[in-house]
Each structure stands twice: as structure tokens, then as C-alpha cells.
Design a protein around this ligand. Structure first.
Ligand code: ZN
Length: 169
């Protein structure tokens, strides 16, 4: 079964159904939400998407509703607290990368207005170049993470399969 069919077969109020219909493959207008998607993809590394999505609310709460300003200012104390939070994925390198990436996105905003603008300016580049660009600016951004992040935002095609009602949207 494809990811699309799987999600659409879940109850209407399930997180999978919501994510599939409302988020997946659609570009967000909100930089904090874009950051949240990057946080989700980083957290997924080495785990199943189901595991991460089940922790979505916990992650959002733990990371200040994915507020870039707030996360960028996290200190050692905040990182220790996150390491002790069983509602999230307690992986120190992931946590530290997320804080670093929030700081980097703020730098990008200074130069390009928004993170979204910066993404949209990279016109038609190959996945290899996307990965290079992400590695230059961020941490914990391997090829799969970058690919999933871009698909989740509709930058890379193929988020939805051809039979999916979201495919043509
Ligand atoms: Zn779909």
C-alpha cells in the first residue's frame, strides 16, 4: 500500500490523515512551520515516520511551537531539559542541530527576508545541489532528510502518488 493510501485509510481525525491532507506536499507560507517540518525530518533519521508523527504534538510543545526566535536562543539548560523529555526524540546531536539550524534560518531571514524566499530562489537545482546547499547552511541534513523536507513542501515532485486526490492539487 502506498503512503497516500495508508494515510487516507486512517481515521479522519488521525494525525496521519491530517498530515497527508493538510501538510504533505504543500509549501508553507510560515517560516516557523517550515522550520517545524525540518525538525520533523531531522527527528525521523533512523526511525519510522510513524514514530515521529506520533510525537508531533510533543515535539511542537517541547520546541516552543517551532518558534525560530525562541529555539535559536536555547541554552545548555534548555538542551538538558530536552534530553530529559520523554515526549520527544532524545538524541543530543539532533537537538543541538535543531537549535543551530534555527539560528541559521534567522541569518537567512536577515539576508533574504524569509526562509521560504531563500528556498524559492534556488530555482530548479538538482537534489545533489540541494544537499550541498543544506549541508553548507545547516547540520544533520543528509540526503534523505533534505529530500523529504523538499517533498513535504512540494519543491520536489512525488509527494503524492497518481491515484491520490492530492496529486493534482
Ligand atoms: Zn497523497
Amino acid at each position: 500500500m502506498s503512503y497516500c493510501s495508508y494515510c487516507r485509510n486512517q481515521p479522519k481525525d488521525s494525525i496521519h490523515h491530517w498530515y497527508h491532507d493538510e501538510v504533505y506536499g504543500k509549501m508553507s507560507e510560515d517560516d516557523n512551520e517550515l522550520f517545524g517540518r525540518l525538525v520533523m525530518e531531522i527527528n525521523q533519521a533512523g526511525l519510522s515516520w510513524n514514530t515521529v508523527l506520533q510525537k508531533y504534538e510533543g515535539l511542537k510543545l517541547a520546541y516552543s511551537q517551532f518558534n525560530l526566535q525562541k529555539v535559536s536562543m536555547y541554552k545548555e539548560q534548555d538542551i538538558s531539559e530536552l534530553m530529559g523529555n520523554k515526549n520527544i526524540i532524545r538524541h543530543e546531536l539532533k537537538i543541538r542541530s535543531i537549535v543551530y539550524n534555527a539560528q541559521q534560518i534567522l541569518e537567512i531571514q536577515k539576508e533574504f527576508g524569509t526562509f521560504k524566499n531563500w528556498i524559492m530562489l534556488q530555482n530548479q537545482i538538482s537534489i545533489e545541489n540541494w544537499v550541498k546547499l543544506f549541508k553548507k547552511n545547516f547540520k544533520f541534513v543528509g540526503k534523505e532528510i533534505v529530500k523529504e523536507f523538499l517533498s513535504s513542501n512540494g519543491i520536489l515532485k512525488g509527494a503524492h502518488d497518481k491515484e491520490c486526490p492530492e496529486y493534482l492539487k
